[in-house]
Design a binder for this molecule. Structure first.
Ligand SMILES: C[S@@+](CC[C@H](N)C(=O)[O-])C[C@H]1O[C@@H](n2cnc3c(N)ncnc32)[C@H](O)[C@@H]1O
Length: 294
């Protein structure tokens, strides 16, 4: 089923995931329907039923992911009757029982969320990206997402104290420490786990499409060229389209025909724009980038 070409499938992931080979996927990057919140567009799941609904999918995802692969789940709590519902927290606990390790949590800070006024809370400007793995040793290409050191270095690294020059292990005894002087005269540093991205995206015809930069960042971090990236709730296909541009093999599954067609048309267009000029990732192997359609 998996060859070296991107592929999108129309239908229910619960069924179609079964067709994917075990231990064949390097990265799963997805945003499933949120509980109830978008009822009018593609069928919501009641928050009380969310965990039960999700576990069969994650069981299949566990099977198809390679042992050194990563699963990134974009999900957010919903407020029900004035209180945050706990289905995301409940889901994390159940996923751990299913065998997943909850390795990390990234925050997507939505730089351009709409202003508003609510009686008991402020505007919601972030979403979770939960990272799960099957094993503690997983592929992570940290150098691919390094960022410029920034202006803070000019002041912070200018006059280092004696403590700054030593490995600072003392505070929590974790064995992980920082030696700030290691970073003097470096131009690039590793980023933190908060991504500041606008919500704007090219796929305006889907109400919950990712900005391209979101899957792009995780694809860089967790995969290399030729690796397989799966989005079992692909919507307008952002993950697959970006993966394809980055010379990965994208696999997407979508249950609604209209969104599937949207993804299909964008993938087809990309065949023509992506071939002469590679937009994302490194142009190391000069591979051609063809789409295999259903
Ligand atoms: C939050 S949206 C994903 C949007 C996507 N990230 C994008 O960039 O366009 C979730 C998608 O999952 C699809 N979906 C819901 N249940 C599904 C299922 N059982 N199998 C496959 N797709 C499903 C919905 O139709 C919806 O398009």
């Amino acid at each position: 089923m998996i060859d070296n070409k991107s592929k999108i499938l129309l239908g229910d992931s619960n069924e179609l995931l079964k067709e994917i080979e075990s231990n064949s996927v390097d990265l799963i990057f997805t945003s499933p329907p949120y509980a109830d919140s978008r009822k009018n567009t593609y069928g919501g799941i009641h928050p009380d039923k969310y965990v039960e609904w999700f576990l069969p999918f994650s069981g299949q995802l566990f099977r198809v992911l390679k042992n050194d692969g990563t699963f990134v789940l974009n999900i957010k709590e919903k407020v029900v009757d004035g209180e945050k519902h706990t289905y995301v927290l409940d889901l994390i606990k159940e996923l751990r029982k299913q065998g997943w390790l909850w390795t990390e949590e990234f925050i997507w800070h939505k730089k351009n969320s709409f202003p508003g006024k609510w009686p008991n809370r402020f505007r919601d400007s972030w979403e979770r990206l939960l990272q799960f793995n099957k094993s503690k040793k997983f592929n992570m290409y940290q150098d691919e997402v390094m960022v410029p050191v920034g202006d803070w270095a000019k002041t912070r690294l200018k006059n280092l104290s004696e403590t700054d020059k030593k490995r600072d292990n003392a505070k929590n005894g974790s064995g992980f420490g920082k030696n700030i002087s290691n970073w003097v005269s470096r131009d690039m540093v590793y980023p933190n786990n908060v991504l500041h991205l606008a919500t704007e995206c090219n796929n305006k015809n889907h109400s919950a499409a990712f900005p391209d930069e979101l899957p792009e960042w995780f694809i860089k971090l967790f995969t290399k060229e030729g690796d397989v990236v799966l989005d079992p709730f692909m919507g307008s296909g952002t993950t697959v389209i970006v993966a394809q541009k980055m010379l990965r093999v994208g696999i997407g599954i979508e249950i609604i025909d209209e969104y599937y067609r949207l993804a299909e048309s964008q993938l087809t267009q990309n065949l023509f724009v992506a071939e002469p000029e590679i937009i994302y990732g490194k142009d190391r192997n000069k591979k051609t980038n063809k789409l295999h359609r259903k």
